[in-house]
Design a protein around this ligand. Sequence first.
Ligand code: AMP
Length: 195
Amino acid sequence: MRLVLLGPPGAGKGTQAQRLVNRHGIVQLSTGDMLRAAVAAGTPVGLKAKAVMESGGLVSDDIVIGIIAERIEAPDARNGFILDGFPRTVAQAEALDRLLAEKGLKLDAVIELVVDQQKLVGRILNRAAEAKAKGEPVRKDDDPEVFKARLDAYNRDTAVVSPYYSARGQLKQIDGMQPIDEVTRAIDGILAETA
Ligand code: AMP
């Protein structure tokens, strides 16, 4: 199974992707996680991405497409994957189509978590507080000001990715403001239809 989860930052993509991993035995490919690991490791990609990520902007298409092209080749992705946080621009969506077509593959579903952006800032503050309470590191870009910049980047560059898939008849939308379990159920319903 090959899926894309779309939605603004804080919509719950990571949480739902994790659940899908556990149930379907496929890997979660989060470009945000990969970039954070690159920053932590101080790799050349990490050095280029660090300042952009801290400001809430988007890392260049070339970098993220390169990361994904390599990652979907890995043996653990052969069985399927959930893309979380990619594609974030139409150029990335087109690159993904090309990468998959070269292998004779296609996406099984593109699922968008539709959320109320006004309520996301509260959600993100909760995420930071929960991480802190668990003694886990708090993401620097979960700071309210940076988070607003991430939402701006979403509205400027990423919101157009849903119409891209919609025009191809691939987009399924669900209400991402429902309780987490309800969102999971809605995703399962879509996957049952596409199976
Ligand atoms: P995320 O964990 O998905 O919210 O991503 C955290 C940050 O990593 C974003 O705010 C961007 O700076 C960067 N990033 C992650 N995925 C992408 C992508 N597909 N394209 C560009 N930048 C990305």
